[in-house]
Design a protein around this ligand. Structure first.
Ligand code: BES
Ligand code: ZN
Length: 801
């Protein structure tokens, strides 16, 4: 745990908050709020000042009560000053006070209901065509201080009793159930008091105030679950409710610890900064991450909802019950939720093949992010809010998740689960560090967890293992050599190395053999000479890439073209090959012939990998080298034609979930490779849709994008129309994505203007900017746009930071 010496931003330990009794009254007309709080504190040492976090808050009164509230003497703060850089307010009492318990530090304050989706913020929704306002909170990582003065650090846990004064017709929610409710006489307000919370971190406190409706059910352990939405949408919460009813008991059972709170609310908010937030007992979501429309939602959207719900519910244990000591260990929250989430989803929806999808998204996503020179270690020193915000990235999430999976494979599921249970029990309602977790896992497994894991969490990057056959004909062996892998093709002067659990699968071996590689170069004896092929890292459980000797590589290619490897194994080989191409270690033609060996495959995950690999070439050559771009498109068409023909446009009764995902992926690719028939059919279906409003939701994303890529102003207008008339946020997002596919400068400008217009919520602007960045015809203009509108963008998104 860092102290004030190593991190000057931390608050002094001279005062400890024990219980906050907070009352807030939002003003939904003027977008401000008033509040007061009674904090009981403990002072281990004498003090004369109290410094606590507060940001964009004005403290109008501060006093300390010595002794019981009604009879004790009150000491008003002499001076109240603010430290902007430290985001604090300092209360100076003008005399030295004795150590001990102070039941009441009383504060009155006011603040703003901002439009930045951080702290206590406003959100708008429509009821019967009328714009209405509500208020919600987003405190992680460091924005509780925008709602009430507090010790806003994860290790300063306390209990919270929240009261809200709100207009009578609105619903108000917080972490705990309401225990008292009454109208305030001579006002249009009511006052709600919520039950006192268990000991918890400030970033997990939450409240929501708006016109809301809900559906509800109890899980099998009797926990009440509700899905809240703005009016007219509650039925769209049905799917998420089903996921929560499965997932809460699943985790209670897996962790061996019941869910801690009396209820679990999940609310869909129209304005939301990220995807979702795990506030204890009141999980908040962006609408697309919680709502599913039975008629208009795609299979991909349902899957996304299940994933997000499972991730946030995993946090109710990992993060909420046991919290990282400091943000340096943020991965203990996010890496674990990102690993536990898929477990629950795989259990509920086995037909989705979540773990195969995981390799494409999480595993390869982590390798990609960690191939950049500017990557960082999972455990990284962060001191202030700017630095903290930066690490909510794919290193913390995806690499954090993937190294957990590697560890579970190495220890076995039972030891892993027992270790986690020990850790959660040991630190429940408290805080823990990465070391604490390794200790628990070592205790249970007796294996050198810390030594292995430190090489993945304490240094950035990862190794590529070069593998070739040993020379000695009589004793078959492999020569392995590890080096850091970087996309830019360079090396790392520090010559770091990793402790790698290496698996080897080969023809002639019944089971893969495993070996812990500790040195930079090692020889591994093989029981028999692989007569046909050999592959490292079966199941992609190890966090490394493989560079095969030319002979081993061509053997592997040959095996792949005969369909001997499982699709997710081929996916690993494919991604490694294209990464090596990108780094200049392998010829592009070798990557292309690998692609050709896969043309008979029918697996969604593999095709997603193929799409990404060809896409990376298209990104490089798409517009600037147009002659080459045309050739790449032709290559892509040829590659994708057989699978496109096989799947066709229309859903079949025999389609699996993955077939459905595959169809839209393949069509989108054929469109992007300028395939005439595909473009024709997409146009036809789009025109039909404009007339009849009928199109299967699984085709819409691909169709809109193809029509846009090959369309002009007329198509833009029509898409705009779809956007405006859609009630479902998912549909709006599909249109926004498609709007980034136009290729003429004028339509790119229109997309830009639209991005900053009042018609797009601030939460969605990035969809357009990120999309245009991946459009070879718009990228330059997009970069110029971002630069020349920088101050507007900062004002809109930087949350006043
Ligand atoms: N704790 C995060 C929410 C968050 C993100 C807070 C960034 C502050 C900054 C939440 O648990 C989360 O990780 N949400 C993800 C979705 C998840 C399925 C990966 C998100 O918002 O994208
Ligand atoms: Zn999370």
């Amino acid at each position: 745990m860092p102290d004030q010496k190593s991190n000057p931003y931390l608050l002094s330990r001279d005062i400890a908050p024990v219980l906050y009794n907070i009352e807030l009254e939002p003003d939904l007309e003027n977008f401000t709020f008033k509040g007061n709080e009674y904090i009981s504190i403990q002072a281990p040492r004498p003090f004369s000042k109290i410094e606590l976090h507060a940001l964009e808050i004005t403290v109008t009164r501060a006093c300390l009560v010595r002794g019981p509230l009604d009879s004790g003497s009150r000491l008003e703060a002499h001076h109240v000053t603010y430290n902007e850089k430290r985001e604090t307010v300092i209360l100076d009492f003008g005399e030295t006070l004795k150590p001990g318990q102070y039941p009441t530090l009383y504060l009155e304050f006011s603040g703003v209901l901002n439009d930045k989706m951080h702290g206590f913020y406003r959100t708008s929704y429509e009821v019967a065509g009328q714009k209405k306002w509500g208020a919600a909170t987003q405190f992680e990582a460091t924005d509780a201080r925008r709602a009430f003065p507090c010790w806003d650090e994860p290790a300063r846990k306390a209990r919270f009793k929240i009261s809200l004064k709100v207009p009578r017709h609105l619903t108000a929610l917080s972490n705990m159930p309401v225990i008292e409710e009454g109208f305030l006489p001579a006002t249009a307000l009511k006052r709600l008091v919520f039950d006192i919370t268990p000991v918890m971190s400030t970033y997990l406190v939450a409240f929501v105030v708006a016109e809301l409706e809900y559906i509800e059910a109890q899980d099998k352990n009797g926990v009440g679950v509700r899905i809240y939405t703005t009016p007219g949408k509650k039925e769209q919460g049905r799917f998420a409710l089903g996921v929560a009813l499965h997932t809460l008991p699943y985790f209670a059972d897996w962790f061996g610890i019941p869910y801690s709170l009396p209820k679990c609310d999940m609310a869909a908010l129209p304005d939301f900064a990220s995807g979702a937030m795990e506030n204890w007992g009141l999980v908040t979501y962006r609408e697309t991450a919680l709502l599913v429309d039975p008629v208009n939602s795609s299979a991909a959207a349902r899957q996304r909802v299940a994933e997000v719900v499972a991730h946030e519910l995993a946090h109710q244990w990992f993060g909420n019950l046991v919290t990282m000591k400091w943000w340096t260990d943020l991965w203990l929250n996010e890496g674990f939720a990102s690993y536990m989430g898929p477990k629950a989803v795989a259990h509920q929806f086995p037909e989705w093949e979540v773990w195969s999808q995981y390799i494409g998204h999480e595993f390869l996503g982590a390798l990609h992010a960690d191939s950049l020179r500017n990557t960082h270690a999972i455990e990284i020193d962060v001191q202030n809010p700017h630095e903290i915000r930066e690490i909510f990235d794919s290193i913390t999430y995806a690499k954090g998740s993937v190294v957990n999976r590697m560890l579970e494979h190495y220890l076995g599921e039972e030891a892993f689960r027992e270790g986690l249970n020990l850790y959660l029990k040991r630190f429940e309602y408290g805080n823990a560090s990465t070391q604490d977790l390794w200790h628990a896992l070592e205790e249970v497994s007796g294996k050198p967890v810390k030594a292995i894991m430190a090489s993945y969490t304490r240094q950035g990057g990862y190794p590529v293992i070069s593998v070739s056959e040993g020379k000695n004909q009589n004793t078959p062996s492999l020569i392995l050599e590890q080096k850091r892998f970087l996309f830019d093709g360079s090396g790392d002067k520090k010559n770091p190395h990793w402790k790698i659990p290496v698996g080897v699968a080969a023809s002639g071996l019944k089971k893969p053999i495993y070996r812990l590689m500790q040195k930079r170069k090692e020889t591994v004896a093989l029981p028999t000479r692989p007569n046909k092929w050999l592959k490292l890292n079966p199941g992609s459980s190890g966090f490394f890439r493989t560079a095969y000797s030319p002979k081993l590589f061509s053997n592997l290619l040959e095996a792949m073209s005969r369909g001997i490897l499982a699709p997710e194994e081929s996916l690993g080989v494919l991604d490694d090959a294209f990464a090596l191409v990108r780094a200049g270690h392998l010829r592009t033609s070798a990557g292309l012939s690998l692609l050709e060996s896969l043309d008979k495959e029918t697996d969604y995950n593999l095709w997603a990998g193929i799409s990404g690999s060809v896409g990376s070439l298209e990104m490089l050559f798409g517009s600037t080298h147009s002659a080459l771009g045309t050739k790449i498109s032709a290559f892509g068409r040829e590659l994708f034609s057989p699978i496109a023909k096989k799947l066709g446009w229309n859903a079949k009764a025999s389609d699996t979930h993955l077939d459905i995902l595959l169809r839209s992926l393949v069509l989108a690719n054929m469109g992007a490779f300028d395939d005439r028939d595909t473009i024709e059919e997409a146009r036809l279906r789009f025109n039909q849709f404009i007339k009849t409003d009928q199109m299967p939701p699984d085709l819409r994303g691909a169709v809109y994008s193809i029509v846009a890529r090959h369309g002009g102003a007329k198509e833009f207008d029509r898409l705009l129309n779809v956007y405006t008339s859609a009630g479902l946020q998912e549909e709006k997002v599909r249109v926004l994505r498609a709007m980034t596919r136009f290729r003429t400068p004028e339509l790119v400008r229109r997309a830009h203007r639209f991005a900053l217009s009042g018609e797009v919520r601030a939460q969605d602007t990035f969809i357009i900017l990120a999309g245009l960045g991946s459009n070879a015809f718009a990228r330059e203009a997009n970069w110029k746009f971002v630069k020349s509108n920088w101050s507007t963008l900062v004002d809109r998104f930087a949350g006043g930071l």
